[in-house]
Write a protein that binds this ligand. Structure first.
Ligand code: PGA
Length: 250
């Protein structure tokens, strides 16, 4: 089955609201590619202005996090309804920086994924191994666990629409990209895991991205792999280079 590629930027904690608007303007003429879904994952405070600025374009907006409760006394958190009302379509969940610096567990991420679906938001669930885990030879075991716990209680119909981003921690922001073969091996392993948990049709439909120092110079090779359906791009999403990645097939 031909899955539509999804190229998503993860701006992380970069871009003030006014800088965000300037970046959207810079990227506007560069990110037109009808063959792919284009997403900007932006800091919470940039969501409202960026949603407004991309109106009428092919770009959708993602939040970088979300809480799993509906509302109430959770100072500093953002609810799914707030994201939906603001015009957000996707939500990045379980990024390794959130797991690492903010102690999010796979159980927390599972609750967030279920909540996201309940509100019609598409989750982009991140998973990935540390260098130590790769050297120990437990990469696939670790990632299968992240996927299985993350997707507990998710129906096949929901899973079909979900996005999983495979992001080896040792490749994030380091300039060290996984080779296309290394990335493909794990993305295929994730798809096999989904087939075991659900069925072939679900595994065929779910989109799996690679993330970790993806840039204009290496995106073609990565995106040519059969199980890599897109990219989650940090550093290179903050500049004009992002347009080259979106247009990887031109
Ligand atoms: P990077 O980040 O492209 O800067 O390595 C990717 C990510 O963390 O999503």
């Amino acid at each position: 089955m031909a899955r539509r590629k999804i190229i998503a930027g993860n701006w992380k904690m970069n871009m003030t609201p006014s800088e965000a608007l300037a970046l959207v303007e810079t990227l506007k003429p560069l990110v037109n590619n009808d063959d792919v879904d284009v997403v900007y994952g932006v800091p919470a405070i940039d969501i409202v202005p960026v949603v407004e600025a991309v109106k009428g374009t092919n770009v959708k907006v993602a939040a970088e996090n979300m809480y799993f409760e509906e509302k109430g006394a959770y100072t500093g958190e953002i609810s799914p309804a707030m994201l939906v009302d603001a015009g957000v379509s996707y939500v990045i969940l379980g990024h390794s920086e959130r797991r690492g610096y903010f102690y999010e567990t796979s159980e927390d991420i599972n609750k967030k994924i279920l909540k996201a679906f309940e509100h019609g938001l598409t989750p982009i669930m991140c998973c990935g191994e540390s260098l130590e885990q790769r050297e120990q030879g437990i990469t696939m075991e670790w990632i299968r666990q992240q996927v299985k716990v993350g997707f507990q209680g998710v129906t096949a119909d929901q899973a079909k629409t979900a996005v999983i981003a495979y992001e080896p921690i040792w490749a994030i922001g380091t300039g060290k990209t996984a080779t296309a073969d290394q990335a493909e091996e794990v993305c295929k392993g994730i798809r096999d895991c989904i087939a075991e948990m659900y069925d072939e049709a679900t595994a065929d439909a779910i989109r799996i991205q690679y993330g970790g120092s993806m840039k204009a110079s290496n995106c073609k090779e990565l995106l040519a792999k059969p199980d890599i359906d897109g990219g989650l791009i940090g550093g290179a999403s903050l500049k004009a280079e992002f347009g080259e990645i979106v247009n990887y097939n031109k």
